[in-house]
Every structure is written in C-alpha cells, then in structure tokens.
Design a protein around this ligand. Sequence first.
Ligand SMILES: *[C@@H]1O[C@H](CO)[C@@H](O)[C@H](O)[C@H]1NC(C)=O
Length: 490
Amino acid sequence: MASCNDIHESKEHISKEVVVIVVPLPAQGHLNQLLQLSCLLSSYGLQVHFVSSAIYNRQAKLRANGLDMDKLHFHDLPTPAFQSPPPNPNSTNKFPTQLQPAWYAMLSLRQLVAEYVEHMSKQAKRVVIIHDPVMAAVVQEAIPNAESYAFNCVSAYYYSSFVWESLGKPFPIEQPKNLPSFKGCVPDEVFKFVALQEEPLKYRAGYLFNTCRDIEGPYVDLLEREEVAENRKLWAIGPILPSKSLSANSQHKCLEWLDKQAPKSVIYVSFGTMTSLSDEEIKEQAIGLEQSKQKFIWVLRDADKANVFDGEVRRPELPDGFEERVVEFGTVVRDWAPQPEILSHPSTGGFMSHCGWNSCLESITMGVPIAAWPMHSDQPRNAVLITEILKTGLIVREWERREELVKASTIENIVRRLMASEEGNTLRKQAEELAAVVRRSTEEGGTSKAELDSFIAHITRHNMDSVSPTSSSIPSSSTGCNISSHVSAA
Ligand SMILES: *[C@@H]1O[C@H](CO)[C@@H](O)[C@H](O)[C@H]1NC(C)=O
C-alpha cells in the first residue's frame, strides 16, 4: 500500500504541518475508541487534540486502559447545561435514552469547535478533523478550515447490512438465516438526533473503520462500493489495541482472584456501560450463574448517566446471601472493571456480553468466545457476526424475544455449554485461531497496519491543495450516509 516515507521522514516536521482534532460522541464505547485512535495517531508523531466538553474528557481519561496519553492534548470545551436523569432499569427497551440530553447539548458547542479549528489552522498547514459520525453536525462549521473524516465505532457487517436494508436492496453477500430485525434496535426519538447528522456528514473526506479486513473483508468491500462511498476513501485500521502492556497496568483485586483459577475456567460477565438490569433480571442472572457451577466474574453496575460524575447511582441488589454462597467460585465487581486485562488473562475462557463493538473487538483480539446477549443498536447484528459468521460464540436469547425475561435456567445452560462442553472447547479453539489472525493484521506487514500507514501518509501528504469542499463537490445523494447505523458501540 502507500509508502511510509512521509511519516518516517521527520516526526518534528509532521507535527508542525498537520494537526489532528478528534471529536467524540459522549458515550463510553465511542469515547474509548476515539481515545485509542488518538493515542495511536500521536504515537506516529502527529499532534493530536482530543476535543470535548470537560466532563467527557475527564471520563475518557479516567477510564482509559493501557493507553499512552502523554503526548495527547485534551482541549476542554465548557460543558453546556443538560439533564442527567438516571437510566430506567425496568424499560423493556435497553437503549440508553438517558444519554440523549448530553448529545443535544453537544450541538451548542458547534461555534466553539469552529473557533478552535480556525485557531489551529493558523498554526498548521493542514487541520484534520476525525469525528464520530453522530457528531457530524458539531464539526460542520469548522469544515472550511479543515478536512474531516468520520470514524465508525461499529462493525462493517452491521453498517453494511443496515445500509443495504435502507437502500431496499437484497444484500449482495449470502446471509445467515433468521436474521434479527432492525426493529427495536434504536428508538425513533434517537433516529431524530441521528438524522440531524445526515446533511453535515456529506462533507467528510473519508471513513475510518475500527475493524480489519481479515475478519470483515467482504463487508468492508461492500462499503467501498461507489453507491455507498461515493468516491470517498475508506481505511479499515482496527482493531486498535492498547499500546501498553496490560499486566503492568492494573491492580484490581479481581485479577488477583483470576490468578488463582485454572486456565480458561472463568466466564467474564459484563453488559457494558449502557445496560441497566432490572431487579428481576439480576435475580435470574444470579441464580443462573450459581446453578451453572462455573467460575465467574460478574460486573454488576448501573448504566452510565449522561454525566457520570453527577451524584447518586443505583446500586443493583443481589439476592440475599448470594455473594457468601458463591464466594468459592464467583466474584462480583461493582466498580470499573479492567476488561482488557480480564479478557487477556489465561484463566478467562468465556465472555457473556451485550456485544457492543468495543467488547467484541477486545474479545476477538484476546481469543475469548462469547455468549452473546445483544441489548440494542448494532449489537444484535454484531451477535450474528460473532455466532454465525465468525463462529466464536453462542446466542443467549433470540432478538425477537427481547422483551421476555431471560430465565435462570437459560443462563445456566448457556454458561455450561460455553464453559463445560465439547462445543465450548471448539468455540474456544476457533476464537484463539481468529485472535492470531487479527493480531497479525495490526503488525508490520498486516492489512490493518498497512491501511493505517496509508491513512497517515494521506493526511500528511505534501500537496497542500485546498481541501475545503466546495458546494459543487458535496455529493447530492444521501445513500452514502445512512448514519443511523452508527448509533452505538459501547
Ligand atoms: C423498577 O421496578 C421495581 C419493582 O420491580 C421498583 O421497585 C423500582 O422502583 C422500579 N424502578 C424504576 C426506575 O421505575
């Protein structure tokens, strides 16, 4: 692919000419992926500015895992006022609608983002904005002084299947049977916010995907087709991995507990930062885990509020005496869990997950098979990718039955199948083989590494032609930006 001469020539030289401004969506899974990207780009000697309101910069830094943030610049924009209601654990729809006030509040930062970019453009030859697709409206007014790239925090499989469905065309690649419908994935009120990004998204110069062609090649190819990409460039540069050694990074007590367990004997249970379980669901989960008699680490936290630093958080209650009864074989984590460390630990042999894209990528990279329990957004299709296409997991419950309570017996069975059966052993082996492929893609000579080098060569290219899109270069068709498909990745 592209020559890397440009980037190795002189790091000093690059940093003066090209400034990268990263604008994330305030939702943990998105903040994390864009922060990982920022650190990766700064490791190439690029000057990278992570720009968000003060509380989200704080949240991103606080929860960073295995990242070298030394050279990163955080630019805090004033946090606009917004409501931060608690999540509703009793809702049958698990989409985190409680985050929406924060997303709307970000729209009021448009002018400040534009001023910041303008300021930067006076010091650099080129300003490159990398933004969450769902933040396209926030960077829109900055475009005259920069070129912008949308960084997609979702799988190429989800994205492409959503786009083809919206085009009303048959999917060009053979699909597994009984696909989960898109119905119920994202509430209508959220689509309204997403729709605000559609027009501004047309100004992007290209796309980045946090995936690799070795696992999602056919779907990445689809997204490169003319009818979707409309002549824009696309780079599949993932998975972006933590840059520091993980083992040295965390002292969490659950890791000490893991050290004492047999290889691949523990199932890690976590539904991410956006899922609140009801009291009833927690009870079934607890009984299911207990009856499975398998070792487990269960992260039991309430979903994030829009402002995670704002006051009280519901403490989900466990059945009486549960923690005492399971003390020999299970551990419940109430605080922030070091997920990459847990997944990469030799004692971990399975992951019960909501299939947010972050969690999928971490699990795939660490070679851990998944018991897939999708909750909303891209997750039902990510679960198809994991269980039917990559064949490294099992489905906990069908998407069409999402409003039914998942019984303890279902949880018990799936945990046993994953952790204590031949079927589970086969999935683990498959997951380990896939992990080796994925890791190679990010190393020298691998596909994702080559695409990353190509992207960096592209944004640091020497011809300093005007990059601001003129009205004539803005595509008129809207098929290329079905951004409803970007909604969630946490
Ligand atoms: C959820 O339901 C439980 C009863 O099952 C109730 O005690 C609790 O107050 C409800 N929470 C909310 C936020 O509605």
